[in-house]
Design a binder for this molecule. Structure first.
Ligand SMILES: C[S@@+](CC[C@H](N)C(=O)[O-])C[C@H]1O[C@@H](n2cnc3c(N)ncnc32)[C@H](O)[C@@H]1O
Length: 159
C-alpha cells in the first residue's frame, strides 16, 4: 500500500521530528510512505473572517495541486468520523480489498482545511473533538497507521 501525507507547514519541533522519523522507519516494512509539505500562508491573529477564508483557500489550492487523481483521500478534520484503532485498521484493510492502495491523508494548517479540500476528500477522519497542533497530528496519524498495520497482521504492540 502507498500512503502519502500532505500537510501544511514544516515540522519545527525536534521531539516531533524524532517521533515522525521513528514511525517512518517502523512503517517501512508495512507500506510505502511519502510526504508533501505545502507552505503555510501568513495569517496575523486579527484577520477578518473573509481574510481567514482566503488564507485557507490559498493553502487549499496548494494542497489540491499535490493530490493525485487516483488516490483515496482522507482529510483529517475534527468534524469527521471517529474510528477506534481497530476500526481504522479495518478501513485500511477494506480499502486494500477494494484495490484502493493509494491513500492520501491531508492535515490542515493552524486555520484548518478549506471547503474545496474537504469536498475532495473521500473520507473525513476525526481523532476526537479536541484540537491538536498540526505538527503533532502528523505524529499521531503515523502512530495510528503503524498500529493499524500491527493489528491487521496480528503482531504484538502496546495495548
Ligand atoms: C490546529 S488544527 C486546525 C484547527 C482549526 N481551527 C479547525 O477547526 O480545523 C490543524 C489541523 O490538524 C488536524 N487536526 C487537529 N485536531 C484534529 C482532530 N481532533 N481530528 C482530526 N484532525 C485534527 C486537522 O487537519 C486540522 O486542519
Amino acid at each position: 500500500m502507498n500512503i502519502h501525507i500532505i500537510s501544511v507547514g514544516k515540522v519545527k519541533e525536534k521531539y516531533l521530528k524524532l517521533g515522525i522519523a521513528e514511525f517512518e522507519k517502523r512503517l517501512q516494512s508495512y507500506c510505502k510512505l511519502t510526504f508533501s509539505e505545502v507552505t503555510d500562508e501568513q495569517a496575523p491573529e486579527n484577520l477578518s473572517e473573509k481574510d481567514l477564508q482566503l488564507v485557507k483557500q490559498k493553502e487549499g489550492e496548494k494542497i489540491l495541486a499535490k493530490v493525485k487523481q487516483d488516490h483515496y483521500v482522507i482529510a483529517l478534520d475534527i468534524e469527521g468520523v471517529s474510528w477506534s484503532s481497530e476500526g481504522f485498521a479495518k478501513e485500511i484493510e477494506r480499502l486494500s480489498f477494494q484495490g484502493k492502495n493509494q491513500i492520501t491523508f491531508i492535515i490542515g494548517g493552524s486555520n484548518g482545511l478549506s471547503e474545496a479540500v474537504l469536498r475532495r476528500a473521500d473520507q473525513k477522519l476525526s481523532f476526537s473533538k479536541m484540537t491538536f497542533p498540526h505538527q503533532l497530528m502528523k505524529l499521531i496519524l503515523l502512530e495510528q497507521v503503524y498500529r493499524g498495520f500491527k493489528i491487521l497482521r496480528g503482531e504484538p504492540y502496546h495495548k
